[in-house]
Ligand binder design. Sequence first.
Ligand code: UD1
Length: 362
Amino acid sequence: MSPLVLHVTGARPNFPKAAPVIAALERRGVRQLLVHTGQHYDRNMSEIFFRDLGLPEPDLNLGIGSGSHAVQTAAMMTALETVFLDERPDLVVVYGDVNSTLAAALVAAKLGVRCAHVEAGLRSFDWTMPEEVNRVVTDRLSDIVFATSPDALVHLAREGVDPDRMHFVGNPMIDTLLRLRDRFDGSRVVTELDLPATYAVATLHRPGNVDDPATLDRMVAALRRVGDRIDLVLPVHPRGRQQLEASGLFDHPRVHATEPLGYLEFLGLVAGSALVVTDSGGIQEETTVLGVPCLTLRPNTERPVTITHGTNRLVTTEGLAGHVDAVLAGDGPTPGVVPPLWDGASGERIADVVVDVLASAD
Ligand code: UD1
């Protein structure tokens, strides 16, 4: 039988990263299996992305669902071990920094199955972020690491990763953005909320921002000050939904809540917006390519090229309104240069390396 590549995905940000890799391997005739851990399971956190991105249906959905980090990660590991033993993949490919990524890398390492990590080497150096733990451990366990930016290569080298195992391939999530850009469409939301031509988009879901009531109060006050200046749409992530709804944020006449949106609707809304306020990682990258000013409500970022090359700025709750004023006065971050190799061909580069790796194991 020809070699088997098994992709593990599970949470919303995984899907736009995996789609171009799966498509490029498909074009090369590589045998593949797509496993969904079920970390995200609501229709608009998962299924809608498969439809929007044209991803094949997962071959297996493990249905793990939500839980504490230990409960969720352990349940994924137990289920993935059985899958890897049954399917005997020649290579497991994992994406990003979510718990599904870490669980799959750990199981692959213990079973002696080779593992490739897409989006390796990003570092916030902030150990309070669960994603930072997932990134560092996944990279340490991976046999092949695919980096989206040069700084990631520096981090990996400093951590002792053999240069032969590192590949600078650019950003596959941007492949997806460039491929689907013509189909972005936020018009349904614009119409339903009766938004004016100039509006902003916000997202807020990081545990560091929404789980602690005092921090959430500061976030809500800051977003209300944004609403005093510009209509603000906030697709509400299930994490923190109750707290945000109870906070009174949406009583503000110019702050509008929506359900989480699909890929094409969300990026349509972002592409048409005057600015974005976020604590997400991926959105910092997407706004950089779209040239939309991005104000990131975090003390650090693992994606510094979005600041050095792109439209991203780190802001505090106290500083947010001033940054919004600057953007509205035409004095905000302006479109810079797209980071190197964010050119729509990252999935192809990854697939070329994977094919070489599979051939070298024969
Ligand atoms: C996860 C990732 C985070 C990523 C985010 C994107 C980890 C550690 N975190 O965070 O890096 O930025 O996804 O969305 O993997 N829930 C639902 N429906 C769903 C999924 C989740 O209601 O389909 C609710 C549940 O109450 C759950 C909570 O959201 O307990 C958190 O979900 P979880 O997958 O644990 O982490 P996220 O906050 O989504």
